[in-house]
Write a protein that binds this ligand. Sequence first.
Ligand code: NAD
Length: 499
Amino acid sequence: MQELTHYINGEHVKGTSGRFADVFNPATGEVQAKVPLASKDEMDTAVACAAAAQPAWAAVNPQRRARVMMKFVDLLNRDMDKLAEALSREHGKTLPDAKGDVQRGLEVVEYCIGAPQLLKGEFTDSAGPGIDMYSMRQALGVTAGITPFNFPAMIPMWMFAPAIVCGNAFILKPSERDPSVPLMLAELLEEAGLPKGILQVVNGDKEAVDAILYDPIIQSVGFVGSTPIAEYIYGTGCAQGKRVQCFGGAKNHMIIMPDADLDQAADALIGAGYGAAGERCMAISVAVPVGDETADRLIEKLVPRIEKLKVGPYTAGNEVDYGPVVTSAAKANILRLVQSGVDQGAKLVVDGRNFNLQGYEDGFFVGPHLFDHVTTDMDIYTQEIFGPVLSTVRAKTYEEALGYAMDHEYGNGTAIYTRDGDTARDFANRINIGMIGINVPIPVPLAYHTFGGWKKSAFGDLNQHGPDAFKFYTRTKTITSRWPSGIREGGEFNFKAMD
Ligand code: NAD
């Protein structure tokens, strides 16, 4: 049984709290490692190391800090296969999907190489008589991030790369479900030249999170995970005077207009609904076809595609479309919600409940499900299922479809499939959701734009990555300066007699 560690001040450090969590291989159901759950004392040690190391790192010029990120990109590419394998083994997603997880984090690291340009300040010459005014962005100091299980490479990199390149130290509290890749990333960043103590990984659960929230030295907290925890961390962190940004759950709707290319829409729904077993905050979990004819034709196209999906372990390579869900508890929760959908009167068109994979009977696999005639009062509609379950809510008109997406409490992403530019434009303008796809099912913005939802999907003013991250991880300081007028006289060479 492998015992994982923390990564504190450049060293792998064993846990001392005596508390551990099991890390599973979701494909086999076996416990493959134990991860230590940090105590407040262990967190305090990491914070003290970070605070000691950070001023010298902030004093390194931005170009040199950026060079560390350049080297880090090389190392991520060098170790891509190793990282993906470790990621799939703990998370369960397929290897190509695991590489995508690393890749979308790597792209934010690439963006961070632009730090010298992105951190440049502002200057006004002669803002008043003989007065100049300038602003600069300074690092916050020690920062922290708490990340979810579903993107164990990407989301930590979205946080720590901008934090660190801005001159901060960063303490990462990764998900206890898949902590190995974050530890590997910390090692790689040091191999790239990062000084010890600037990126530390402290594994843990609520105790470690609370230690972060109440620590007087930590200046900012980033969180990605479920909405109830996001609300707790946002409220508690803000009350402690920290800068906090929290990203929560989702229920992403895709509206399919009668004029849409239905083959394209059906293909998109398969990838966006069932890819990564539906464990993506940008997964499409609700299809909203407009008109019964559109709905009937869409279901007709979806069913054979769903029945063809191959579910299996990542070790089966490209043969597999999606893998197991992360834990047996996640599987039980998905199946409980599916049952509630049946009980509450939705039509289960594709029933994955009896899915069984020979040789992997103890794995956390969930077969694909498709519901039709879902209504907005059902639990499968109101709650985030985070599994391979697609719900169809039929709308009579575009306005009704738009209303469903707008009235849902979550507002992370959404998409519309149509051939009509005017409808698409109206949708993009009116919808109260953060990320919009027009004939694009999972509209995750690229690294140089920003990522964030609205409503109960995000708390705080600034988005993740892109220019917002450089604002989140720095403070503005503005200097107004005036110097005594007149050019100073040169040196005095004559020996003056005392009067
Ligand atoms: P989670 O909320 O259970 O856990 C996230 C983090 O919070 C983990 O590090 C965990 O250790 C910690 N945590 C859990 N319970 C806690 C508690 N009681 N107090 C303090 N900390 C606690 O989320 P998850 O299951 O790891 O991830 C899935 C969720 O994340 C989904 O809701 C998904 O939509 C969301 N998500 C959102 C985004 C986004 O950008 N909006 C991206 C990815 C995932």
